[in-house]
Write a protein that binds this ligand. Structure first.
Ligand code: NDP
Length: 328
């Protein structure tokens, strides 16, 4: 029998946590034959609710779930972690300046990065979901100098999935016919969903759509502002779809992309496509054997270039701001 994989989830008592934990425990994160142990990390006020969620997890009698522990100390929460999903974050509240938001999150992601550095397993893989996800990932990564930088990633898979769904609706295609879509840049309103290299049933997606106005005025803003539209409609932020994307991100990272396809992940840039090295930016990547690689050699047209640059510029500014705060 296999040794269980330790999966640490922060913000475990939150909305996304509630939608995420049951799917991890039922085998969707790593595979239907991989036993897991859950390590739930919360702030002290969240401990009781996390205990309630743990009781429900017990009540599912999941065959693959080999243990649940709950902590409010990151040093314990990340002990032996093979996979860490950093979901808990300080949300932006009305009137909050960006600098305050970055500082508040620095207070969360810096100690978590340090705890990962000191206590996680050698093969640790980190996904940051809590916003601003790319820059929170940068803070955690900078605080974990002994962990290879490429193990710190940020989630743009929800944007990727949203873009696939919008493109399928527009063209009448099935979602499974859509391949090679790319989200570039920051997980924010500046993100750029790129269909110029995407394929719909083997044909170039931009040619199939052949509607530049729809692309610029409908598709891109719909994908970028989907989170706000869901809050409007549901009266609460997207939680199940965010959890689903987190599952997809890690599952693909561990188990690989399909032949001929790629996915989008926020990862430390190596300078590819003019994105300054070190920024955690979304790229098209293929995954194999638990590692990812940036898809190289794509032609970037002017339409795409402007939008990628704008999003990357925002990431540079966020990096400068957290540098000034001494967080990286
Ligand atoms: P959610 O579970 O709804 O969201 C958690 C984080 O995910 C937020 O930062 C949110 O960012 C982010 N997020 C990323 N993508 C999405 C998306 N598509 N839709 C919605 N959110 C997204 O928040 P809750 O308030 O329900 O729960 C947070 C939990 O985290 C609480 O239980 C709290 O106690 C805990 N917490 C734990 C910490 C720790 O372990 N050290 C630290 C801080 C909080 P945004 O909403 O800003 O977009």
């Amino acid at each position: 029998t296999r040794t269980p994989v330790n999966v640490t989830v922060t913000g475990a008592a939150g909305q996304i946590g509630y939608a995420l934990l049951f799917r991890i425990a039922s085998g969707h994160l790593l595979g239907a034959d991989v036993p897991v142990k859950l390590r739930l990390l919360e702030i002290p006020q969240g401990m009781k609710a996390a205990e309630g969620t743990a009781m429900e997890l017990d009540d599912c009698a999941f065959p693959l779930l080999k243990g649940i522990d709950i902590f409010d100390d990151p040093n314990k929460g990340f002990e032996g972690a093979n996979v860490a999903l950093l979901v808990g974050a300080r949300p932006r509240t009305a009137g909050m300046e960006r600098g305050d938001l970055l500082a508040a999150n620095g207070g969360i992601f810096k100690p978590q990065g340090q705890a990962i550095n000191a206590h996680a397993a050698d093969d640790i893989k980190v996904l940051v979901v809590g916003n601003p996800a790319n820059t929170n990932a940068l803070i955690a990564q900078a605080s974990a100098p002994d962990v290879p930088a490429e193990r710190f990633t940020a989630m743009t898979r929800l944007d990727h999935n949203r873009a696939i769904s919008q493109l399928a609706k527009k063209t009448g295609a099935d979602v499974t016919d859509i391949k090679r879509l790319t989200i570039w840049g920051n997980h924010s309103a500046t993100q750029y969903p790129d269909i110029f290299h995407a394929e719909i049933a083997g044909k170039n997606a931009a040619e199939v759509v052949s509607d530049q106005a729809w692309l610029a005025d409908t598709f891109i803003p719909t994908v970028a502002k989907r989170g706000a539209a869901i809050i409007d409609a549901r009266g609460a932020s997207s939680a199940a779809s965010a959890a689903n994307a987190a599952i997809d991100h890690v599952h693909t990272w561990v188990n690989g992309t399909a032949e001929g396809d790629w996915t989008s992940m926020g990862i430390p840039s190596d300078g590819s496509y003019g994105v300054p090295a070190g920024l955690i930016s979304s790229f098209p990547v293929t995954c194999k054997d638990g590692k990812y690689e940036i898809v190289q050699g794509l032609d970037i047209n002017e339409f795409s270039r402007t939008r990628i640059d704008a999003s990357v510029q925002e990431l540079s500014e966020e990096r400068d701001a957290v540098r000034e705060l001494g967080l990286i």
